[in-house]
Structures are given as structure tokens and as C-alpha cells.
Design a protein around this ligand. Sequence first.
Ligand code: C2E
Ligand code: MG
Ligand code: MG
Ligand code: MG
Length: 292
Amino acid sequence: VAKREGGGRCKLFVSTMRDDVLEAQRKKMELKSAVELKEFVLYYQPFVDMRDRSIYGVEALIRWNHPTKGLVGPGSFIPLAEETGQILAIGLWALHQACREFAVLQANSSRDLLVSVNVSPRQLFETPFLKILQDVLDDTGMPPSQLQLEITESIFIKDATSIGSLLHDIRALGVKVAFDDFGTGYSSLSYLTRYPIDTLKVDQSFVRAMNLSEGGTNLILFIVALAHEFKMSVTAEGVEEIEHESALLKQGCMHAQGYLYSRPVPLDAMISLLRTGLALSKAPKSMSATAS
Ligand code: C2E
Ligand code: MG
Ligand code: MG
Ligand code: MG
């Protein structure tokens, strides 16, 4: 009986596996037409200076405007695109689009805005990235000093010398480099000494793990000290609670993004946010303290 059951389970497993393969193939074809039909759209999430809650920049976050499913988040197609190589076309589109849309964002901001774009390791390794970047800058008139590229530490496990010189060349154009999701994955502190990086984006898991009690010590404090030692700035990701904000400010971290301020929103909504500023129901702790 056990043997028969085992066989049954095995057949079930094989057919599920075939379904998965078919599903992945179907998705790959769908993604191919999405690239051709330009079914993607960029959402924007503000970077906030927590001291005065002003917006100093935006991160461009891709979404897929799926013909039947509606808006699809990057989590359900970027990993496949990474696998198939379609990320090269999609990533180029995102970079180009963010630089194109920069003009209208900047026109609605009273200060020099930073626009931050996520870049996949495959774009850096498998395309003539510097040339592509230069072309996009020329084509769109994007000021290099207001563009930031977000890379993850996964790029450092491969070919350390060429990535170092590529990052150096990118920064020689005036473009900034941010280390995304810092603290997750293959983190090694030696990356910070070896590669030219402008900003550490502290992963939201550190924000979640913050000790919010008075006098509580947090890893964030060490990351801030480390960043300053290497002349880098720090941005906290995933700030959702007012308590996160006050704790981060106390640890010397001034910059953040997160649902507390705004979710990623379409271009038009981002323009409105830039014009009106953030309207928060919850006042910063320091403000309520002085008011009382
Ligand atoms: P990421 O670059 O680390 O972007 C931050 C993610 O955290 C975004 O998810 C954002 O919506 C989410 N987030 C922001 N604030 C909060 C918060 O307060 N709480 C929580 N729980 N989440 C928050 P999203 O938009 O789903 O993007 C997921 C990932 O997809 C990005 O992570 C990035 O790695 C990738 N991605 C997005 N756009 C692109 C792109 O154009 N190219 C490439 N290569 N990857 C992209
Ligand atoms: Mg990012
Ligand atoms: Mg991140
Ligand atoms: Mg992330």
C-alpha cells in the first residue's frame, strides 16, 4: 500500500512539476509581449528628510499593467525576468522612463530632486552599461548628479574587479550609487571599503527589528556610524510607524522612505505630492512634545 501511495504521490509530483514549467513558459511569453507592447508603468515613492518631512527625491518602482490581471507588482515578474534575461529590456525601459519623467517631476519641485532607479546585476554585467547610461542621459537631458542607481550586494559575488571599475566610471559621470537592501544577503563590510558607494539603503528588516524602547540600542546606530566613517549617507527603508521615525532620528538617520509618508504612487499622484508636500495625520514626536 505504501509503495502504491508513493507511486501516486510521485505521479502527482511529476504532473505538478510539468504544470509549473508550463506556467513559467506561459508567463515568459506574456512578459515578452509586455516588453513589446510597453505594458509597464513606473510608480514613485518619495524619499523624505525626516527632520522637516520634506521630499528630496523619489524611487522609481516598476509595475506591470497586465491586460487581464490589472496592476502587477515587481515581486511577481522581476525574478522570472532575471532568469530569462528579459530584465535587460525591462530594466533599460525603466531607466529611460524614469529619466524621461524626471523633467515633469523636477518642474513641480522647489528643490533639486533625486531620482533613484533599481538596476539588476545582469544589466551591469551583460550590457555595455556605461555607454547605455551615457546615451540615456544624453537622450533625456537628465542631469547626472540627480540620478541615483540602486544596486544590491548580489553584484559583488561576481567579478569584483570589473564591478569596481564600472561603479567608479558611473560615478565619474556624476551619477550616484546606492546600496539597496543593505544588511541582507551576502553583506560583507569589506564591500564598503572596496567600492565607491554614495548611500546605504538600510533594509526594512532592520527598521522592523529596531528597539523602540527609550535608550534601546539598535543596529541602525552602528550602520549610521559606519556610513559616516566612509562618507556615505543612510536611507532607512520601510518606515511605517511614527515610532520608527523618532527612533531613527535619535540614531542619527535622517532620510527614509516608507508607507508612513506614502506608498509608491503613479506619476500624477507623485506630482501632487511634490506640489502640496506630505500631509501626515500623525505629527512628529518632537512637534507634539513642544506643543504640549
Ligand atoms: P526595493 O528596491 O527594495 O524597493 C522597496 C520596496 O519596498 C518596494 O516594493 C516598496 O513598495 C516597498 N516598500 C516601501 N515602503 C514600504 C513600507 O513602509 N513597508 C513595506 N512593507 N514595504 C515598503 P515593490 O515596489 O514591490 O518593489 C519590490 C522590488 O522590486 C524592489 O525592491 C526592487 O528590488 C524590485 N524592482 C522594482 N522596480 C524595479 C526596476 O525597475 N528594476 C529592477 N531591476 N528591479 C525593480
Ligand atoms: Mg530599491
Ligand atoms: Mg530596498
Ligand atoms: Mg527590497
